[in-house]
Design a binder for this molecule. Structure first.
Ligand code: SIN
Length: 487
């Protein structure tokens, strides 16, 4: 399928405002057909060093623009995304697979980070602190941290970029972006729009291809002062170790294993709706997707039956087909993992209420699945599935379910349904996660602090807190002031 705005479809490396070619190229596949969409030029160590140098040079002037000037350009970047919403959504669905309706929502979500951080950059206030000496004044200012290395995933190919590059560029930093090799075309389309919006050469650079070599160049460089990464906990830990050599600031948004608790006093229909939204968004390929459903004995039958009924109605198909509610998984490994979790659970006593196998469409399509009688001995209890499989566990008391919900190294998001006011406060405070959805399964937007505790990462993205990760605090003591009036 041809895309609406062909100028958005770029296959080069974007360094210092130019589209460059390299000797090697890699293939980008459509996960719905496993057919080649195009080939993209592959960056390695040397090209990444060039991109870092270009970002370093651009930083010297970009940081001197007023906050308002930077904000105007970043705001325009977001507006251009909305003007090109349909073309961006189609490109995104082609390379990532999500249903076109979800892709349109992602374009809006991604653009909202640009609007938000354009506004926030104008409010990067400092402080005047009461002086601790006579004849002196104490000032605190915030300054952009410098060159930022942003490493982004394939599951939200636009929004995860703007959630990092938006605050970085608005704050006065410059960026070397390494998007996922599964979805480089959406990233490149963003660069085309960034340039149109007036973002100067070198402020945003994009390299993808040889991930270990790109990573090595970013991590070894002492000019790169910050790394912002969204992806697996294993890679996040590796980056944290590598960052220690040059003491880079780190933002890590890593894996989760979200619990979703339905108490006996919950509104079951509302809980089923929330379960569908939080589990099956992006075919379950979301860091905050539910991984473990804990349902009270008294409502277990009702909830699981209603969930299975609703899930069996979800239409699976090519994301470009408007009637599809679920697209394919990103690749064969992802499909294999979902199926492994299902077969492991069945072999240990789980019952399939709906789905349970690869979809008859073949390729990367998997049936949306609901399993009952899940237990802690199953893989699905401890590993993030990142697929359309809802595993339902039983519980009988609050204390026990909280121990089980918190029994994981990760702590990104958690959800629960209850109508008991005191329980709502108790459980909200007891859940060891960075984000809680209470009687609601859709928690993401630009104005909230997105991030986790434990091994789910460091720092927060979005919200008024998100820009702080791209700023350094400078304290200045103005000493030796002469307060006697001139004669
Ligand atoms: C993610 O999966 O990492 C992001 C999901 C979101 O922003 O809602």
């Amino acid at each position: 399928m041809e895309i609406r705005s062909p100028e958005l479809k770029q296959s080069g490396l974007f360094i210092n405002g130019k589209w460059l070619e390299s000797e090697r190229q890699y293939r980008v596949l459509n996960p719905a057909s496993r057919q080649t969409i195009t080939f993209v030029h592959s960056a390695g160590f040397n090209q990444t060093v060039d991109a870092i140098e270009s970002a370093e040079i651009a930083f010297k002037t970009w940081k001197k623009h007023t906050a308002k000037e930077r904000a105007t350009i970043v705001q325009r970047w977001g507006e251009l995304m909305l003007t090109h919403k349909e073309a961006l959504a189609e490109l995104l669905t082609q390379e990532q697979g999500k249903p076109i309706a979800e892709a349109r929502i992602e374009v809006e979500y991604a653009a909202s980070f640009l609007e938000w951080f354009a506004e926030e950059a104008k409010r990067a206030y400092g402080d005047i602190i009461p002086s601790f000496k006579p004849n002196a004044r104490v000032m605190v200012t915030k300054e952009p941290i410098g060159v930022v290395g942003a490493i982004t995933p394939w599951n939200f190919p636009l929004a995860m970029i703007t959630r990092k590059a938006g605050p970085a560029i608005a704050a006065g930093c410059t960026v070397v972006l390494k998007p996922s090799e599964e979805t480089p075309l959406s990233a490149n389309a963003l660069a085309v729009l960034a340039e149109k919006a007036g973002i100067p050469a070198g402020v945003l650079n994009i390299v993808s291809g040889d991930a270990p070599e790109i990573g090595r160049a970013l991590m070894e460089s002492s000019s790169v002062r910050k790394i912002s990464f969204t992806g697996s906990t294993a890679v996040g830990k590796l980056l944290a170790r590598q960052a220690s050599n040059t003491l880079k600031k780190l933002s890590l948004e890593l894996g989760g294993n979200a619990p979703f608790i339905v108490f006996e006093d919950a509104d079951i229909d509302q809980a089923v709706k929330g379960a569908i939204n939080s589990k099956f968004r992006n075919t379950g390929q979301t860091c905050i997707s539910v991984n473990r459903f804990y349902i009270h004995d008294d409502v277990y039958q009702e909830f699981t039956q209603k969930l299975a009924q609703a899930v069996s109605q979800l239409n699976v198909g090519n994301g470009l087909d408007e009637s599809s509610k679920l697209g394919p998984l990103i690749n064969e490994q992802s499909l294999a993992k979902s199926h492994q979790h299902v077969t492991d659970a069945i072999s240990k006593g789980a019952t399939v209420l709906t789905g349970g196998k690869p979809h008859s469409l073949g390729l990367n399509f998997y049936e949306p699945t609901v399993l009952s009688d899940a237990t802690e001995s199953m893989l699905i209890a401890v590993e993030e599935t990142f697929g359309p499989v809802a595993a339902c566990f039983r519980f009988s008391n609050e204390e026990d379910v909280l121990i089980r919900a918190n029994d994981t190294n990760t702590g990104l998001a958690g959800y629960f349904y209850s109508r008991d006011y005191s329980r709502i406060w108790r459980v909200c405070e007891a859940l060891e996660v960075g984000m809680v959805g209470i009687n609601d399964g859709s928690i993401s937007t630009e104005s909230i602090p997105f991030g986790g505790v434990k091994e789910s990462g460091l720092g927060r993205e979005g919200s008024k807190y998100g820009i702080e990760d791209y700023l350094e605090i400078k304290y200045s003591l103005f000493g030796g002031l002469d307060y006697s009036p001139p004669l």
